[in-house]
Design a protein around this ligand. Structure first.
Ligand SMILES: C[S@@+](CC[C@H](N)C(=O)[O-])C[C@H]1O[C@@H](n2cnc3c(N)ncnc32)[C@H](O)[C@@H]1O
Length: 320
């Protein structure tokens, strides 16, 4: 049988990671970008997070996708290529794969290369006639994707991962995505909603401590890839809901005064000083639709669960 998984490596620049990490740690509030959580271990830890009872996001989004699978397929109509940003295990795509009309190819895009390729081959076993083009790349910058022009495309971006961007970056990202699309193409996106702080707090502070391990993994990833000297036991996971900003913040707090070296550069940490590792912005239905409208998309329909804990929006590229 013809090999149905092709892979494209558009993420080869280790130098970029070094520059971004050094720049982030030189800021008055030290910061690391959330994309650096994800090496093979980070991707595996994220999968474990999705199984935690407190982490309602994944199961609620999967329930919405499955409850409304034919309504979503009808909104989308016939589609040639489905592109998924931050595809991870490609688990959520499955309810779409069985309901979308005339789908020919699936293009998962992820920064975590080995996990991406592994997931693509696994998916191919269940969907042997689907052409899969797995792209290892960083979607925060424009990517030249191997797509065919004049064929209908839909981007799928689940997991509320867009919430990792500051709202202005999310606006730029929507603009950038809209430029990849043509008239009639669509964008299906999962968005975590604003809700009681206690529910949000619990989701990012699971009792089993998996999210804490995930957070600390960013230091292990930097040690492994950039020859860093972080002692992971000397940092502590902190996650809280910043209600004013409408975002969960994740930080790593230094337990002592210490010095860490990366590529010959020394970074001094005071006891209790933090590195800001992730934001997860939450949006009401109206807030997200407004953002989409300002940035190249027309909201077509929003699907949600009975408690309105999560939302899945179908948008179309705005006709000009
Ligand atoms: C929060 S997880 C979501 C995984 C899966 N889509 C889900 O909804 O369960 C984010 C995924 O996006 C990937 N990712 C994060 N930042 C990325 C970036 N800048 N470019 C490409 N992939 C990225 C990660 O490797 C990870 O698989």
């Amino acid at each position: 049988m013809r090999q149905q998984v092709e892979s494209f490596d558009m993420y080869t620049d280790q130098q970029n990671m070094l520059q971004e990490v050094l720049h982030g740690l030189a800021q008055p509030q030290k910061v690391l970008q959330a994309k650096y959580f994800y090496d093979q271990t980070g991707s595996e830890l994220f999968e474990q997070i999705t199984q935690q009872p407190e982490y309602y996001l994944t199961r609620t989004e999967i329930d919405i996708l499955s409850e409304y699978q034919s309504a979503i397929a009808d909104c989308i109509g016939p589609v040639h290529t489905l592109i998924e940003y931050g595809s991870g295990s490609s688990r959520k795509i499955k309810s779409l794969l069985s309901s979308l009309h005339q789908l020919e190819q699936y293009m998962p895009i992820d920064i975590s290369k080995d996990f991406l390729i592994q997931s693509a081959h696994q998916l191919s076993k269940d969907y042997p006639s689907l052409r899969i083009k797995a792209v290892c790349g960083d979607y925060s910058a424009p990517l030249l994707l191997p797509v065919e022009e004049k064929q209908k495309k839909v981007i799928f971006f689940p997991g509320s991962t867009i919430g990792n961007f500051h709202p202005q970056e999310a606006a730029d990202f929507l603009q950038q995505s809209s430029q990849l699309l043509e008239k009639g193409d669509g964008f299906l996106i999962g968005i975590d909603t604003k809700k009681e702080a206690s529910v949000l707090h619990a989701a990012y502070n699971d009792q089993a401590g998996i999210t804490a391990q995930f957070n600390l993994n960013i230091l292990r990833h930097i040690n492994g890839s950039l020859n860093g000297t972080f002692d992971v036991d000397l940092f502590e996971d902190v996650a809280f809901y910043n209600e004013q900003q409408g975002r969960i913040e994740m930080h790593l707090k230094s337990r002592i005064d210490q010095i860490v070296t990366i590529a010959d550069q020394r970074f001094t940490f005071k006891k209790d000083e933090t590195i800001h590792t992730e934001n997860s912005y939450k949006y009401s239905q109206e807030e997200f639709q407004w953002l989409a409208k300002q940035n190249g998309f027309t909201p077509i329909r929003c699907f949600t669960d009975p408690q309105h804990h999560f939302s899945v929006h179908y948008l179309e590229k705005t006709r000009v």
